[in-house]
Design a protein around this ligand. Sequence first.
Ligand code: R5P
Length: 304
Amino acid sequence: MNKSLKLFAGSSHLKLAQEVCGELKIDLGRLHLDRFPDGETSVQVLENVRGCDVFILQSIAGEPNHYLFELLIIIDALKRSSVRSVTAIIPYLGYCRQDRKNKPGVPITAKLVANVLATAGITNLITFDLHADQAEGFFEISVDHLHCQKLLCDFARELIGERCAVVAPDIGSIKIAEHMARILNTGLAVIKKERLNSFDVSMSLIGDVRDRNVLIPDDLCSTAGTLVSAANLCQELGAKKIVAAVTHGLFVGDAIERIELSAIDHLITTDTIDVRRGVPASIKRVSVAVLIAEAMKNQQASQE
Ligand code: R5P
């Protein structure tokens, strides 16, 4: 391992950064993170990083505005300490759901965030399952866009067994669902939603789930509305065991309680986002630390 490999972490997900350091057998870079009395973020790099290729890990979730700005300030501090390159590892890149102008007067925050990260000075980005692959194109720097479907399938396989179907909970998740159906060698079904009026949405299933175990994949679970309504529909249509699998578990508000009360038997997610409250046994979190460590090594090798 090249001695100059250094990983720093913002305050959003220290646990994951420490796990990555464990995988790489390195110490976490020393940073002092604080707030000035007026609430502004204060950062100081506490070691010599001159000429180093540095990595900084921060997820933009939970308190997205604070964590994004904290990340920008850390990048600035590292640049001013004469690093050779800065790779941002952003396991969950918040603001990416707004990636097109779908109605008048709205911003494209995914592009804005790409611009501010580039302006702050990142030279590379490592991230997981962006809401839409096209968002990669908003960056003019190299993007290592990692996917978690294989990792999630490895855990789902023994829960759903042989006679099963992968069910895309909406049209937007067909690509992920197809990918997982291919990995698991199963059939595919799709839930079609139709808005009837401003309050009601009708849902129908294209495909068959009767007497099958089902796997419902998505890129993220926020309020859990999408997964819960998909699972409940599958149950009504005669599905047996229902397993959901998502890369990013945001779990906003009472999402965990809603999952517990729904037809979902198990939910598999990753640790791209720090969940600072306990999760029930029905929610299994799989670590992405090994994938991050691999991506860092590859990045380092390509820079030598
Ligand atoms: C939507 O396009 C996404 O892929 C997810 O389905 C959605 O953001 C999940 O949100 P929620 O958990 O609030 O339904």
